[in-house]
Design a protein around this ligand. Structure first.
Ligand code: FES
Length: 162
């Protein structure tokens, strides 16, 4: 029995139908990839919310207070280790600057005072400045600004030893 000559060939209608289907699937893929990229947060190195490499242990003198503006914390070098304080006031959230001359953190909004380890010296702030975890890897200091630790007082166990 003879088959028609063009029985296994794709006709023009099938070809265009297939081409449209492939183009449509490709378009859906592009849209999906674009959406996924849009929905994924882009966190630059050192940005708030990431684990920040602050520097080498020896870069920080004992007693120093170093400000990491982009990462929103102060790194305090104490005799026996490090403490990373969130710059956000525990009263209403203002940025609390370090006053080098006075040796304390002085909130400009309602005048709360905090000492070098973040304890409240005078209110209305209800609790000490919050902490970020500090990790010493080799001789490098890392601060995890993605984890905020609240506390009701300073305790030496909060200091990450060197
Ligand atoms: S926000 Fe700092 S004292 Fe009110």
């Amino acid at each position: 029995m003879n088959q028609p000559k063009n029985a296994n060939r794709v006709n023009r209608r099938q070809f265009f139908g297939l081409a449209w289907a492939v183009a449509f699937i490709g378009l859906l893929g592009q849209i999906g990839a674009g959406l996924a990229r849009f929905m994924t947060p882009v966190l630059e190195e050192g940005a708030f919310g990431t684990k920040v490499k602050a520097g080498r242990v020896d870069d920080f003198e004992i007693g120093s207070v170093s400000y990491f503006r982009q990462s929103r914390f102060y790194l305090i070098r104490l005799e026996d280790g490090f403490l990373a304080l969130y710059r956000k006031c525990t009263h209403l959230g203002c940025v609390v600057p370090w006053d080098e001359n006075a040796g304390n953190f002085n909130c400009p909004c309602h005048s709360s005072l905090f000492n070098q380890v973040g304890e409240v010296l005078s209110g209305p702030a209800p609790r000490p400045l919050d902490l970020f975890p500090v990790e010493i890897r080799g001789d490098e200091v890392y601060v995890d600004t993605g984890v905020v630790i609240q506390r009701d007082r300073f305790d030496p166990s909060q200091v990450t030893p060197v």
